[in-house]
Ligand binder design. Structure first.
Ligand code: TRP
Length: 403
């Protein structure tokens, strides 16, 4: 089984170039297509892989995997080989803390990561890139660091196990961990300015902080960056669940890993969570109406869904009954695929909406109830996350795993 895509010529060398005139250009800031599996050597998550995950874990896969929301991967078969052989690996994911309140879409990778951790029972490290947000946004450095703590609370509220999870802010951890910084330096030495220009589109007037930042996002892929957790081992492989826009960082990481004598990280990529206004429009933390925030009240949720969720239904009731609704563009339906766990119920809704029997209003009502429940539950869980609990998660320490 080859872990690489067909286009990669030399073992250990990732396809870092951005094809000319390529309308699937993917960098962390421009993603114009979700048909990117296959590009740059990543692979589609197909039925064969899903069946294999179910077989080796003895559990049905998470609906985000089953429904194609996580749709692309690198080296997931290798991770399953390790699991079958009872060899260790670990999970790494992260978040750029850019706003006070996270929205529902931000939860998706973490909900999925939690399932992975519970299913495979492995250590998890979560990087909060307060440095990244300071460099990219109009944010004071202290504010970026404060947001890291605030976002940690939302992440912890999803129910991660403190004995198996380490959450860190770059600003704090990097200064305290020599081995992490050593890995950053190793990566910095192996990647040229030309390469990061090609991968991330940096230009001459980007600050030098941005240009070297990719090394910081790469470093947690290596177990030696966490000497307390892995007891100094540098050979424990890593699996990274993330949204597809983060892939460029890890293409770069995979390219340098063999030259560092360290394993390449494996990846599971998700598509984007659509804005309420539709798949085409971009969700933005500065537009409160573009998504549902974890701080929204029941009333706000109801109003936003009713007013802004793009409908794939007919213009009039008559037209809708005649022609039916279009689930492919209907945002309420899309959101249900993310949050309604019951497969049968979802299939029934799809059937009845497509035939025109169900009206958009019904779909929205169903969605509103589900989202209100999720956000209420989240709010209650977050209230239970004390400063002391946040501190426990964010203290460098040994986890409940032996190496
Ligand atoms: N750059 C990511 C963001 O802006 C944060 C991040 C850091 C991340 N490390 C990661 C995301 C690993 C996924 C996986 O949100």
């Amino acid at each position: 089984m080859s872990g690489e895509g067909v286009e990669v010529p030399t073992p250990g060398v990732e396809n870092l170039s951005v094809a000319e005139g390529n309308d699937d250009f993917v960098d962390p800031w421009n993603v114009q297509s979700s048909s990117t599996a296959g590009r740059f050597g990543s692979q589609k998550i197909d039925d064969e892989l899903i069946n294999r995950i179910e077989k080796v874990t003895g559990k049905p896969v998470h609906h985000l995997l089953r429904r194609g929301i996580f749709f692309s991967q690198r080296d997931m078969h290798q991770i399953l080989n390790l699991y079958e052989q009872k060899k260790p690996f670990f999970l790494y994911t992260g978040r750029g803390p850019s706003s006070d309140s996270m929205h529902l879409g931000h939860l998706i990778p973490f909900i999925f990561t939690k399932w992975l951790q519970e299913t495979f029972d492995v250590p998890l490290v979560i990087q909060l890139t307060d440095d990244e947000k300071f460099l990219w946004k109009d944010l004071a450095i202290e504010e970026a660091n404060r947001l890291a703590y605030l976002n940690a609370r939302d992440i912890i509220a999803l129910g991660f196990d403190v004995n198996k999870t380490f959450i860190f802010s770059d600003m704090e951890y990097i200064g305290s961990c020599k081995e992490f910084y050593m890995n950053m330096c190793r990566v910095q030495k192996l990647v040229t300015f030309n390469q990061v220009k090609g991968i991330f589109g940096f230009g001459d007037s980007d600050c030098i902080g941005k240009i070297s930042f990719p090394a910081i996002q790469a470093a947690p892929s290596f177990s030696s960056s966490f000497p307390l957790i892995f007891n100094g081992r540098k050979d424990v492989p890593c699996l990274i669940p993330c949204a597809i826009d983060q892939d460029p960082y890890f293409r770069m990481t995979r390219d340098v890993a063999p030259r560092m004598n360290m394993p390449k990280p494996a990846l599971l990529h998700s598509t984007f969570f659509p804005a309420l206004q539709g798949v085409q429009s971009k969700m933005s933390a500065s537009d409160p109406n573009s998504s549902i925030f974890l701080t929204d009240t029941d009333k706000q949720i109801k109003n936003k869904v009713n007013k802004y969720a793009f409908s794939g239904g007919g213009a009039t009731v008559e037209e809708h009954k005649e022609k039916g609704g279009n689930c492919d563009v209907d945002v309420s339906y899309q959101y249900l695929t993310f949050f309604l766990e019951d497969d049968e119920r979802l299939a029934q809704i799809k059937k009845d909406y497509t035939s025109g029997e169900l009206l958009t209003g019904y779909l929205k009502k169903e969605l509103i109830e589900i989202l209100q429940k999720i956000v209420t539950q989240h709010r209650e869980n977050r209230l239970k996350v004390t400063d002391d609990i946040v501190k426990q998660f964010m203290t460098p320490r040994k986890l409940n795993f032996q190496y």
